[in-house]
Design a protein around this ligand. Structure first.
Ligand code: SF4
Length: 361
């Protein structure tokens, strides 16, 4: 799939670029108590190992703001401080070396506070994400513009941006999330026409994994397919590692990032004559450990199966109590159910090594 991405300003969170046609960055947010430095760092390390490129931590008080110094120093990925209501916490976070801030200038408490944050962030060249959610709209705008809708969402976030722009601060990334994917999509579409700041996409409070993954895929995926969005965060009521895995699944589905293997497996139907579900369930966990962007097909029958399997780096397609093993579009072996998994494992390893070899040459 080819997308023309909307051209946006490039910002840097330490050495991670956001916008300006940089690869779409995968973010998550810690759910540890930021005051607990060790627990927070352990989770950051796990998130980074899963592919998270930027994380955000909540900073509810000055103990958490102080803890940032150690966290930032030892974190393998850029850390963004998420701050509401108190400008002093944002100033403390900036002093303690965070890579970015996430604030809603409308709720930071005072005009003077916003000014001080803008001046210090400008001096330290630290970007700020201006985040407005459907639940935290400017009440005056909401009342004047007929409630929560794309117009009031965009007007509200632009008003917040102006609060920083008036101090010549323009290293801004914007988010404008709602829990309703349609409102999220319409709001970002409108926003993308108004600004060239990089956009952070997400469907907020998307829910538990069962529905939350689908809602996030619909909301984030639709926008990305239209070329909108520079960084994404999937919000789930679950371990944040799952947010990162889901983010990569969305990006891989659209061909926008290639981290890790992609499994293509058919849903099975009345033509399936092998136990494909068991095989697919055994293959999936094997692929989560693979970093290389290889495509593995697990298909049930000779109708669509061989065709899909041929397009993958390796694959397997069921027949009558046998499986055909494919490598780069060619059948290399026929095996029975008992040997199917080991034969496919071998092909996955061959595909992985081939990819690494091609990268080195
Ligand atoms: S690939 Fe074959 S078995 Fe799988 S769903 Fe399609 S027709 Fe059915």
């Amino acid at each position: 799939m080819d997308f023309t991405r909307k051209d946006t300003k490039k910002l840097w969170l330490n050495d991670v670029a956001i916008g300006g046609n940089a690869p779409i960055v995968v973010q998550s947010m810690n759910n540890t108590d930021t005051r607990d430095v060790e627990a927070t760092l352990t989770q950051i390390e796990n998130l980074a190992a899963a592919g998270c490129e930027v994380t955000r931590v909540a900073v509810p008080d000055s103990i958490a703001a102080n803890a940032l110094r150690d966290i930032v120093e030892r974190s393998p990925i850029p850390v963004i401080a998420d701050i509401h209501f108190q400008a002093t916490l944002a100033l403390q976070a900036l002093e303690n070396g965070v890579a970015g801030l996430r604030i809603n200038p409308g709720n930071i408490g005072s005009e003077q506070g916003v000014k001080e944050i803008a001046i210090k962030a400008l001096e330290k060249r630290i970007p700020i994400r201006v985040g407005v959610n459907s639940g935290s709209l400017d009440s005056e705008i909401r009342d004047k513009m007929g409630g929560v809708n794309p117009d009031s969402m965009v007007a509200s976030v632009l008003k917040s941006c102006k609060m920083l722009e008036q101090y010549d601060f323009h290293d801004i990334c914007i988010s404008i999330k709602a829990s309703d994917p349609k409102l999220t999509i319409d709001s970002y579409r409108k926003l993308a026409q108004e600004v060239d700041y990089p956009l952070h996409l997400g469907v907020t409070e998307a829910g538990t994994p069962k529905d939350g993954i689908v809602r996030s895929a619909v909301g984030i995926g639709t926008l990305l397919a239209e070329g909108i969005g520079d960084t994404i965060r999937v919000s789930l009521t679950a371990d944040p590692i799952l947010e990162v895995e889901t983010a990569y699944s969305i990006l891989k589905s659209l061909g926008l990032r290639s981290k890790g293997a992609l499994l293509i497996s058919c849903p099975t139907c009345g033509r399936t004559e092998v136990d494909l579900q068991i095989l697919a369930e055994q293959v999936e966990p094997l692929l989560t450990k693979i970093e290389e962007p290889i495509k593995v097909a697990v298909m049930g029958c000779p109708v669509n199966g061989p065709g899909e399997a041929r397009e993958a780096d390796c694959g397997i397609a069921g027949g009558r109590n046998i499986y055909l093993i494919f490598r780069n579009g060619e059948v290399v072996e026929k095996v029975n159910q008992e040997n199917a998994l080991s034969a496919l494992k071998r092909e996955i390893e061959i595909a992985r090594k081939k990819y690494l070899h091609e990268q080195q040459n």
